[in-house]
Design a protein around this ligand. Sequence first.
Ligand SMILES: Cc1cc2nc3c(=O)[nH]c(=O)nc-3n(C[C@H](O)[C@H](O)[C@H](O)COP(=O)(O)OP(=O)(O)OC[C@H]3O[C@@H](n4cnc5c(N)ncnc54)[C@H](O)[C@@H]3O)c2cc1C
Ligand code: SF4
Length: 538
Amino acid sequence: MSGLRPTGDAAYRDGRGAFHPPVRRVVPGRGLRGKHEVRADACVIGSGAGGAVAAKELAEGGMDVVLLEEGEWWETDDFTARPREMSQRLYRDAAQVTTVGTPPIILPLGQAVGGTTLINSATCFRTPPHVLERWRREFGLESLTPAALDPFFRRVERELNVAQVPADIAGRNAAIVRRGVERLGWSGDYLYRNVRGCVGSGVCAFGCPTGAKQHVGITYVPRAWAAGATTYTGARAHRVEVRAGRARGVQAATRGGGRLRVGCDHVVVACGAIHTPVFLARQGLGGGSGQLGRNLAIHPATAVRAFMDEVVDMWRGVPQSYYVDEFATEGIMLEGAAGPPDYIAMSMPGEGEAHRALMERYRHLAQFGLMVSDSSRGEVRNVLGRPQVRYELDAADTARFHRGLEALCEIFWAAGAREVMVPVTGMPALRDGDTRPLRERRLRPGDLELMAFHPLGTARAGADPAASVVDEDLRLHGVEGLHVADGSVVPSALGVNPQITIMALASRMAFGLLGRPAPEHEPHPEHIATPRVAPVAA
Ligand SMILES: Cc1cc2nc3c(=O)[nH]c(=O)nc-3n(C[C@H](O)[C@H](O)[C@H](O)COP(=O)(O)OP(=O)(O)OC[C@H]3O[C@@H](n4cnc5c(N)ncnc54)[C@H](O)[C@@H]3O)c2cc1C
Ligand code: SF4
């Protein structure tokens, strides 16, 4: 395999219909009672962006792999496209996980085979080179250069069919923002996404009902099955057995009330940046440097809404299809955030008649998101065995939000909006091109209504065991045979969506564990997203 991999219209639309894996090796934990014992070379805990990739690469490399997942396996046909119903089924705690701090921030997490990739927006960016350079400087991660990671990015992008959204299914929401951006002479482009045959049905965050989204639950996990791996669903790992400084097995509780023990030589923890630190801390693992659970970055985010004269119908088209990187060097990225009416209704301000009046104008409503590459850092603590997430938004990030919100207003005014609603407490709708009330407002963290989708950094990688939790090959310092491969190892905010970074690091970890050289033969993409980035310091 080599040469060029197409990333244009044809690749994006290359649909194969709903996906039904030819081989299923799933053991539902809800049917497991009593004691069960299995043996494997490797046990991977968590089947999201990191875990599924690690499981597939290890299985294809010849290891016998068991994959434990607390959530369930869902068929594409189970996805009803109804946000309320799907949130309860596919998200942890029905998408109500919230940080403690000012402001409180909603932090949704997936819980299913595929992890959070099952309900994500499918936006794909490689780790920006200036971020890798920062990792080298600050964390001693000398091997994670753009050149060394390039084969792994190419491999992940091929496995997931990363291609650029064609303009005609990007939706009118994106067309409006693009119009504003072009009138202002700013920089933006259509996003690259992991899909195959996407028809722009607008419900990516609630389970793709056409099977177009190439989340890891329908790509990497079935490929792991084809290579012999087995997934236990409804299986919550609670302990890694460590004897004589080496991981020897994993214990899990099954939904059916049973107990499962996986005896193995290698354990890969991939529970995500919120649950991995609590999982490790509960058993006294990974705490040597005092960094476990700390350094949490989340890319806090929000959205601006605008009423247009034209019909927008933002339920049609790809919800996150366009981005504006004009301010990316300042840590501000603007990305599409369209949604169907029942989803928008849940977050629309007001109640009763006022809420109804706003929703009656839904067909003319546009919405675009704003994400900050945060300098604020939070912490995940183990409170009675459950994670408590503390996060305070700092002044610099608050200023970034202020600037980003103003920029979004300018874009909507340039695109012809009549009325713009910003997510700032007590701020009335802005009208007729006047951004002054927002500009003149002294914005405090508590004024902002925020969400966050990208928890990172709570078991960060680094060369110095005194300042990190895993090394650059993602080995937990101080325990043989124990790796971490999920968002928790990513040592800083990225400024771009993280799934490709997490998957590339997990791929590299698995290749290292197998003693295999980097997959230099992987095809180069015709194009990739190239957002503006901060200059790489000399
Ligand atoms: C709505 C939304 C949209 C997003 N959009 C994008 C996007 O467009 N592009 C992008 O790059 N990123 C996006 N993200 C973020 C991205 O999906 C995540 O960063 C990524 O999936 C994190 O990977 P992970 O391996 O760290 O954890 P996850 O993917 O969250 O996987 C962790 C898995 O571990 C399981 N688990 C946890 N504890 C246990 C246990 N003890 N035993 C067994 N299993 C356990 C969980 O159930 C879960 O399935 C989005 C996130 C959200 C919420
Ligand atoms: S827009 Fe629709 S078809 Fe395309 S990935 Fe999202 S949910 Fe699937």
